[in-house]
Design a protein around this ligand. Structure first.
Ligand SMILES: [Zn+2]
Length: 367
């Protein structure tokens, strides 16, 4: 992974590169950032930069031997640790899957990775055996590079096993680097947290996200803007949205509201069927879209001159709808949709859910 492949995050990249160039490499670092921010990608690019034999001012060279090995994730001095399924297992038991999954999407979340391992409903964890393996690996001499590097993705999954790593993090063998990549500091034991230097990684800037969606996903500008708004700086979420993107979300919302507002009761069932046929991801997508739209309507009510995060046709729709609905009703509908989203995520029956939702939204709008 090279820095140039990472979306946005220019300030963080510069900080990381500077720290290597000025020999300020701290031996235990926590890359803390939300899902889809690129925290793992940054740690991988950083590790490659550290081992690169021909470092450039703004990136690793990408061509030297260590770079090629780092790129393929087979450098003998860069170790990876991540959640797995089962108790008597180590991360390296899943090295093939790991390389495949990261090559496909270094912005993936834990759920996707565990599904890749066919976890079904099983919990992931970083096991006792894995911790022992880490201590063993890091106690060996470096093979080729100056540093031995451990990239641990999601130390949240260590739980109390993290205590097994305290000693090695506190008194590491010479030239050892710990790069912990986390999303939620609250789930990491304090004794580990206090031994690392924390680097907070912000969400991806909207402009960078829009640009990458156009370049890599070939989206037209307007769709890229819409997806970027919904994804809120999470590239992984943007990819999910594209995979399930229903360009008809807006059309569907208009039709649904029209049916409700005009009391076309005979269309309630047909509309419910349309929602049901979408499938769960698109249903969530539609609800997320509608929530976003409602949030903008509420802003419009509160601050009429507010610059809306909506496309032109959506803005027109919002300006059409908002004068007739008061803020209290908007809030009630928002809550209904939010609850619906919650239940869809937890496998509620979509036919019953969307039918009830239509009735309840009608209750709010028409009374
Ligand atoms: Zn290189």
């Amino acid at each position: 992974m090279q820095f140039t492949n990472i979306i946005g995050q220019n300030a963080t990249k510069k900080y990381l590169i500077d720290s290597v160039q000025h020999n300020r490499i701290s031996h235990a670092q926590l890359f803390l950032g939300a899902e889809g921010s690129g925290n793992l990608a940054l740690a991988l690019a950083y590790a490659q930069y550290v081992v690169c034999e021909n470092k450039q001012a703004h990136d690793s060279c990408g061509e030297c031997n260590p770079c090629r090995k780092a790129q393929k994730m087979i450098h003998p001095d860069i170790h990876y640790s991540y959640p797995t399924i089962g108790s008597k297992v180590k991360s390296t038991d899943f090295a093939v899957e790991w390389r495949e999954a990261i090559a496909k999407n270094p912005y993936q979340n834990a759920y996707q990775w565990l599904q890749y391992l066919k976890a079904d409903n099983k919990q992931g964890n970083i096991t006792t055996d894995e911790c022992d393996d880490i201590v063993r690996k890091l106690s060996l001499m470096a093979y080729e590079a100056q540093y031995k590097i451990l990239v641990m993705w999601l130390p949240e999954y260590l739980g109390k096993e993290g205590n097994r790593l305290l000693k090695i993090i506190e008194e590491p063998p010479e030239n050892t680097l710990f790069l912990l990549v986390a999303e939620n500091a609250d789930l990491i034991i304090n004794t580990i947290l206090s031994r690392t230097q924390m680097l907070r990684i912000p969400r991806i800037e909207e402009d960078a996200l829009i640009e990458v969606l156009q370049k890599r996903q070939y989206l037209p500008l307007e769709s890229a803007q819409q997806i970027a708004l919904l994804a809120e700086g999470n590239y992984n979420e943007a990819l999910n949205l594209i995979a399930n993107f229903n360009n008809d979300n807006q059309t569907m919302l208009v039709r649904w509201l029209t049916i409700i507002l005009q009391r076309q009761l005979n269309h309630f069932n047909a509309q419910t069927e349309r929602f049901t046929e979408l499938g769960r991801e698109s249903q969530k997508n539609f609800l997320r879209y509608s929530l976003h739209f409602l949030r903008q309507c509420m802003l419009l009510k509160a601050i009429p001159k507010h610059r809306l995060a909506l496309t032109q046709p959506e803005t027109e729709l919002a300006r059409q709808i908002t004068p007739t609905i008061n803020i209290d009703k908007l809030e009630q509908i928002f809550k209904l949709l939010n609850d619906a989203y919650y239940h869809i995520e937890r496998n509620a029956n979509p036919r019953i859910l969307f039918f009830n939702l239509t009735i309840k939204v009608g209750d709010v709008l028409l009374h």
